[in-house]
Design a protein around this ligand. Structure first.
Ligand code: FE2
Length: 368
C-alpha cells in the first residue's frame, strides 16, 4: 500500500486554470514519412499542415488546428500533453498555480507549435510536460463531409493515459487541478492501481495508470461506432499490418467503451475508443473495480497482454531531455492478476469458479 505519510503534492493557494478538455498531444517520431504512412494513410487523420519537420493532424469533427503533432526527432518521446482552457485569462492562473508548486513554467505568446497562440508549458509535479492554451486557429470542421469519411474514421480526440508510480498522489494533484475521478481499480487492501479523471463530461480526459513513470501509456481517438473499429482491424489485416494491433478489439469494463490498441512505427500506443457514457452531473457516481475482476479491463474476460502493462513512451522535459522514471512501489496490476501469484475471477463470490483451461490465460507462460 502507499504510505499515506509520503509527501503528497501540496494544494496551491492559487486557483487552478479552468480546463475544458484534452486537446492535442505532441509526439516526437524518428521517421516522419513512416509515421505519416501510419497516421494519414492507414488511420486517415486529416493533415492540417505539414513540412519537413512536423505534421499537424486532426480528427473529422475537430475545429481547432490539430489534435496530434508528429515532430521529427532522434528518439521517440512525448513533448506535450496539451489541454484547452476556457479563456485567455486562465493562462495567468496556470502560470501562478504551477509556479506555486515550484514547477518549471514557460509561457510563449506566439505558441510552442504552429496554429496555437499564447500558451503555458510546465513540467508538472509528476514530471509530465503539460501545456495549456486558449488561442488557436480554427479550421474546417469536416463532420458533415461524408464524401471524405472512411470506414474507420477517427472523429475526436478522446483522452490521454499516463503512467505514474503513485496513483493516489497523482489523483490528489489532478483533483487540485480541477479533475474529477469517474472510475478506478483497487484491491481490498485499498491499493489503487489506476484512476480515470475527467474535465469534459465523458469518462476521462486522462487516466493515471500505476507503473514506472512518468511515461505516456496511450493517446486515444474516438470513432462514431463499434463497426468503425472493426473496419480499422480489417484494413490493417488487408495491408498485412496486423502486427500493429497490440490488444483488442474488445469492450472495456472500465468506461464501458469499445476499444482497440495499436502501436505506431515508434511504438507509441494509440487507442481507438468509442461509446463511453455521460459523466457531467456533480454527483456522478464513481465506479470502483476490484483488481481481481477479470472483466474490469475486458468485459468479455480476455486477458491483457503483458506488453500493455509494461511498455510506455518516454516523456520530455521543457528542454527536450528525457525525464528519468521512478519505479512503482505499490503492487503491480500485472503481478497480482496475470503473474505467477495472480488470480482473477469472473463471479465475485465464486473465486474458484474459473475453469482450469481459463485460469491458464491469466498466468504468464501458459500461452502456446
Ligand atoms: Fe484509454
Amino acid at each position: 500500500m502507499t504510505d499515506p505519510t509520503a509527501a503528497a503534492i501540496p494544494t496551491p493557494k492559487a486557483p487552478a486554470p479552468d480546463i475544458l478538455r484534452c486537446a492535442y498531444m505532441e509526439l516526437v517520431v524518428t521517421d516522419l514519412k513512416r509515421s505519416r504512412d501510419f497516421y494519414v494513410d492507414v488511420l486517415n487523420l486529416v493533415v492540417t499542415y505539414e513540412d519537413d519537420d512536423a505534421i499537424y493532424l486532426r480528427s473529422m469533427e475537430e475545429f481547432i488546428h490539430h489534435n496530434l503533432v508528429l515532430r521529427q526527432g532522434e528518439a521517440a518521446a512525448v513533448a506535450a500533453f496539451s489541454y484547452r482552457v476556457r479563456s485567455p485569462e486562465e493562462l495567468d492562473k496556470a502560470e501562478a498555480f504551477y509556479a506555486e508548486l515550484g514547477c518549471p513554467v514557460r509561457r510563449k505568446k506566439d505558441g510552442f507549435v504552429r496554429g496555437i497562440g499564447d500558451s503555458v508549458r510546465v513540467q508538472d509535479p509528476l514530471g509530465f510536460p503539460y501545456e495549456f492554451f486558449y488561442d488557436v486557429d480554427h479550421v474546417d470542421r469536416l463532420a458533415w463531409r461524408y464524401d471524405l469519411y472512411t470506414p474507420g474514421a477517427l472523429v475526436r480526440l478522446d483522452h490521454f493515459n499516463q503512467v505514474t508510480p503513485d496513483v493516489p498522489k497523482a489523483v490528489g494533484y489532478m483533483e487540485d487541478l480541477g479533475f474529477r475521478v469517474t472510475e478506478d481499480i483497487q484491491d481490498q487492501a485499498g491499493t489503487t492501481y489506476a484512476a480515470w479523471m475527467r474535465r469534459k463530461p465523458t469518462v476521462h480526459d486522462t487516466a493515471m495508470t500505476g507503473g514506472a513513470g512518468p511515461r505516456m501509456h496511450h493517446v486515444a481517438f474516438a470513432t462514431h461506432e463499434k463497426h468503425n473499429i472493426l473496419a480499422i482491424c480489417d484494413k490493417l489485416g488487408a495491408l498485412r499490418l496486423s502486427d500493429r494491433i497490440e490488444r483488442g478489439p474488445g469492450r472495456h469494463g472500465v468506461s464501458n467503451a469499445f476499444y482497440l490498441y495499436l502501436r505506431d512505427p515508434d511504438g507509441h500506443r494509440i487507442e481507438i475508443y468509442t461509446q463511453d457514457y455521460y459523466t457531467g452531473d456533480p454527483d456522478n457516481p464513481v465506479v470502483t473495480w476490484d483488481v481481481h475482476d477479470n472483466q474490469r479491463r475486458d468485459w468479455w474476460g480476455n486477458p491483457v497482454v503483458p506488453s500493455w502493462y509494461t511498455e510506455a513512451s518516454t516523456v520530455l522535459d521543457l528542454d527536450g531531455n528525457p525525464v528519468a522514471t521512478t519505479e512503482r512501489t505499490d503492487d503491480s496490476e500485472m503481478d497480482v492478476t496475470i503473474g505467477a501469484d495472480g488470480f482473477s475471477y469472473t463471479r465475485k463470490d465464486d473465486e474458484e469458479s474459473l475453469p482450469e483451461w481459463k485460469q491458464g490465460e491469466y498466468k504468464l507462460g501458459h500461452q502456446l
